[in-house]
Design a protein around this ligand. Structure first.
Ligand SMILES: [Zn+2]
Length: 319
């Protein structure tokens, strides 16, 4: 349970359910990238399989350890990262498989890490099994946008909504996990993370090293290269949400620094200096707002393809 930081109310509710073994057979784990959905899924799966009676999940019985190490044969991930969506075939396969008794566990648990990427046919197929699952069957649906699931699925699930960490919790966790990093860098990453530890860690890791796409964006934006920007954005349409979010966050940081340069302050990045020297404050601010809008859409339920398409139009307006 300690693997999930913060979220005290959620955890005490779950602890009570675990203690009395009142577990639902379908949970909806909702929260943005980096909010702890995967940690929570492991805790739930371990609690379902744990053989210790007193305090589930105990974390040290054989069943717990297998779940936590990701090698439990009855905890099955339903996902193919090569595919854009979760298909009806994948769900049908899980549905057929759930009627085969567990190998060694008390439960047979299906984890769907991108539940929001199930198309309506897949969702309907899932609905059939969560309406009447075998006693031992359980489904953990991870999603960044609960509203993209059918109301019928939501009404048959227990929704666990993750909360952002407080600043004190977040900074403490960053200090523990990244003791070698400069405290200022940790604070800066935290400030841009919106309270989600996973995002702060990613930002901290990316650190001061700029993505090649950020270098290209800075160069092309600085020289008003309209075609170049289109060529940069087009292939990004096929990237995953979780790859684009940190990239757009870096572009936002770049433009914020460019604005500071315009205001006479030094930019931390050379690329920001260049943008600040080449474009007006008004232009940098407009682009910054466009990117913030794109980021918000991406963190909502809009597809990377649609967001990149819209961004091309918005950035075009500046030219
Ligand atoms: Zn255990």
């Amino acid at each position: 349970m300690e693997a999930l930081l913060g979220n005290e109310r959620l955890k005490s509710g779950l602890a009570a359910a675990f203690a009395s073994d009142r577990l639902s057979h379908c949970y909806l784990l909702a929260g943005p990238e980096g909010s702890g959905k995967h940690s929570l899924a492991r805790i739930l799966a371990a609690a379902m399989e744990c053989t210790e009676g007193a305090k589930r999940p105990c974390g040290h019985c054989l069943q717990c350890r297998k779940v936590l190490d990701g090698v439990h044969p009855d905890v099955i991930t339903v996902d193919d990262p090569a595919k854009k969506t979760v298909t009806v075939e994948q769900i049908r396969q899980a549905r057929a498989d759930v009627y085969v008794k567990p190998n060694e566990g008390r439960r047979k648990i299906y984890v769907i890490p991108r539940a929001m990427d199930m198309n309506p046919a897949a969702q309907n197929a899932l609905l059939k099994v969560i309406e009447e699952p075998p006693d031992y069957g359980a489904f953990l649906l991870l999603t960044d946008a609960a509203e993209r699931l059918l109301p019928t699925i939501r009404s048959r699930s227990v929704t666990l909504r993750l909360s952002p960490l407080t600043e004190a919790e977040g900074l403490k966790a960053l200090a523990e996990r990244c003791p070698g990093k400069d405290p200022d860098a940790r604070a800066a990453a935290w400030a841009r993370s919106e309270g989600w530890l996973g995002q702060a860690l990613r930002l901290l890791e990316a650190g001061e090293s700029l993505a090649p796409e950020t270098q290209s964006f800075a160069e092309r934006f600085a020289r008003r290269d309209k075609l170049g920007l289109t060529e940069l954005l087009a292939p990004l349409e096929r990237q995953k949400r979780e790859q684009l979010i940190p990239l757009f966050q870096q572009w936002i940081e770049l433009l914020s620094q460019a604005l500071a340069v315009r205001a006479g302050q030094p930019g931390r990045w050379e690329a920001a200096e260049r943008v600040g020297r080449s474009r007006t404050s008004g232009e940098a601010l407009k682009a910054l707002r466009s990117l913030q809008r794109a980021l918000a859409l991406l963190q909502g339920n809009v597809s990377p393809g649609a967001v990149c398409g819209a961004l091309q139009v918005w950035l075009d307006v500046q030219e």
